[in-house]
Unconditional design. Structure first.
Length: 170
């Protein structure tokens, strides 16, 4: 990219660059879902598919199963509820616990997403990985494992200011 300040700063701002890539992919997924008449918000696809697969779940269980923060799941639920895909109710045994389940519309939408989005998305990703010569899914899997073993904040504290690692060139 020309005149990209963040790129010029280098690998130290990798998370910023990754966020931009994810934001672009999510915008493209949102556009695809809309253009194909699929009624699921792009950011809610995994939540809808989880509820389809496992039935009614609490916010905490969704958070744990998707490895999302509790706060993020709460934010994701509102558009799903507004779209009529999910209903929320209080657990009769624990009034503090919010339980979510798909509506009939949500179940149909989940089936449509499985049938008309997942396969094209997988093919598009695999073609992209081939084009760039890197299996990004594998890289993310390895990043997840490494960061579960040692957090990035620990790695930052272990690094000394001014030390630079040798970066492999592409």
């Amino acid at each position: 990219m020309d005149n990209d300040f963040v790129s010029e700063l280098g690998v130290g701002l990798l998370a910023h660059r990754m966020r931009r890539v994810v934001d672009q992919i999510m915008a493209d997924c949102r556009s695809y879902l809309t253009s194909t008449g699929l009624a699921v918000p792009a950011k809610g696809v995994s939540t809808v598919l989880l509820l389809e697969a496992e039935g009614a779940l609490g916010i905490t269980e969704i958070s744990q199963r998707l490895n999302f923060s509790h706060t993020l799941v709460v934010r994701l639920v509102s558009p799903l509820t507004s779209a009529g895909l999910v209903v929320e109710h209080r657990d009769p045994n624990d009034g503090r616990r919010r339980v979510l389940e798909l509506t009939e519309r949500g179940r149909r939408a989940a089936e449509e997403v499985r049938a008309r989005f997942l396969a094209p998305a997988e093919t598009a990703y695999l073609n992209l990985f081939k084009e760039i010569g890197v299996d990004v899914f594998d890289v993310i899997e390895r990043l997840d494992v490494a960061l579960a073993d040692k957090s990035f904040v620990t790695r930052l504290h272990e690094s000394k200011a001014g030390d630079t690692a040798v970066r492999k060139s592409a």
